[in-house]
Design a protein around this ligand. Sequence first.
Ligand code: A3P
Length: 290
Amino acid sequence: ICRFPLIPVRGIPLMCYIANNWDSIWAFRPDPSDLLIATYPKAGTTWTQEIVDLLQNNGDAEACKRAPTPVRSPFLEIFSPPPIPSGLDQLKKTDPPRIIKTHLPLQLVPTGFWENKCKVIYVARNAKDNLVSYFHFDCMNLTQPEPGPWEGYIPKFMRGELPWGSWYDHVKGYWTERETKNILYLFYEDMKENPRREVERIMRYLDLSVSDEVISRIVELTSFKNMKENPMANYSCVPAPVFDQSISSFMRKGEVGDWRNHFTPEQSKMFDEDYEKQMKDVNIPFRDLI
Ligand code: A3P
């Protein structure tokens, strides 16, 4: 295991094993029945995967255990640090309809998803909490570039010098196209505030109908506490050298506003000033940032 370097693909820094296999990823043709869950890393991907999986299995946690990987949905991107199998190979071996997960920014999503009008769920999380979560993740994920000290990580995030590029461009890209491409755009903070409402929203988007009782069960099964203890969701099945969960748990804290325990007032001010500039062309209703 080593911390892999980043290589830009059309200006977006990606892990080298993705960049080196870019042509096969770009050529991937989904089925119209496939669902894409897209996020900037650490915005609530796993939570959303768990909700979707349970909705599709009518709240039956046992049925969900038949998922192809302990982490539910194969990554579209090749995730090759051995012994993790390539997500693309897994996808090719699985019959549609599939749930496919990606962290690619919208412009790098293979065009077949749009041509086939696949459903896409995007989850966004406020920049400061997303940054904090990514920092802890980069400490424990021994395949990503070293995060370095906290003070230096903030400017790297602001400049988009992290795997998958700029958070700002990522959230804006999907936001701008959400109507033309029929993307369900969710917010982590909304999911925390009223998980039931958001589970129902996902259910309607997927044209599913499950009973109120099943919704309640899904909300319970996908609480932070339960997911932290669920080996299908907490990434404890990922072979040890990739994630060192003694450094930081994958299910770390699961809260809104944890950034207040990390940013100094000066760091927060500097971040806010830059944020205003980078986000001035859109009005995405992020909360809990100030
Ligand atoms: P923290 O590091 O802030 O705790 P992703 O799945 O996109 O990698 O995102 C991981 C983040 O989502 C982590 O954030 C994790 O704790 C949080 N998370 C995962 N499941 C959650 C849940 N059921 N409720 C709240 N937060 C959850």
